[in-house]
Design a protein around this ligand. Structure first.
Ligand SMILES: [Mg+2]
Length: 213
């Protein structure tokens, strides 16, 4: 198993969850978000450094709205440049730190509760790389573990080894590509496809069910 990676942390370390806006109680909903083409603009040659980050319009506001509606946010992003030897994990963490900062400037509720990435090249065949659902499986277990304030070391299960799965009927995934759709279906969560030039704002009203407001 080639597991997902997590910014600056061992995957199974405990996660500190920040409160949802207004201290609302989390009822288990997760919004799994692809990164490029959803939060920030994607490029064929990747986002390689912080100067290449362009947050899509209203992305911060949209993520803030998701958290105000009771969703935890879990970013699930394929980042093969690491596996291809183009750059390091540490470089990606800097990029994510900067994305997080820009989102918060736009909307103070726009907190990314957990960022998971697959650092593997396609030919490595990782279960963590979309279209496989490994990042979604890990994300749910890490967030649930954090929500329980469980101090025990987390053991993450994948695929058929993970039984007793929680109800995901209220959770969603937003992505701009077919691999996102396939991962969402393999995992079992409602999918919303956005235009990569618009990003999350393209579908936020459909997700929150307030199209007519
Ligand atoms: Mg994308």
């Amino acid at each position: 198993m080639l597991p997902p990676s997590r910014d600056s942390e061992d995957l199974s370390n405990s996660l500190d969850l920040l409160d949802l806006p207004g201290n609302i109680t989390w009822k288990g909903k997760i919004a799994f978000l692809d990164r490029d083409g959803v939060i920030n603009k994607g490029y064929d040659n990747y986002v390689n450094n912080i100067d290449e980050i362009n947050i899509l319009p209203h992305a911060g506001e949209s993520i803030g709205r998701l958290r105000r509606a009771g969703f935890r946010i879990c970013v699930v992003t394929n980042q093969s440049p690491i596996g291809r030897g183009l750059w390091t994990h540490e470089n990606l963490w800097l990029i994510h730190e900067h994305i997080s900062k820009l989102l918060l400037i736009e909307d103070k509720d726009s907190i990314l509760d957990l960022i998971l990435y697959s650092p593997y090249a396609p030919w490595e065949g990782s279960w963590a790389r979309k279209p496989n659902p490994g990042m979604l499986e890990a994300g749910r277990q890490i967030i649930d573990h954090a929500n329980r304030d469980d101090s025990s070391k987390l053991k993450i299960f994948y695929d058929n080894d993970w039984t007793n799965r929680p109800d995901e009927s209220e959770s969603i995934m937003i992505g701009d590509r077919n691999v996102d759709y396939l991962a969402s279906q393999s995992y079992g969560v409602n999918f919303f496809k956005c235009d990569p030039n618009i990003g999350i704002y393209d579908v936020i009203s459909s997700v929150l069910g307030d199209e007519n407001e």
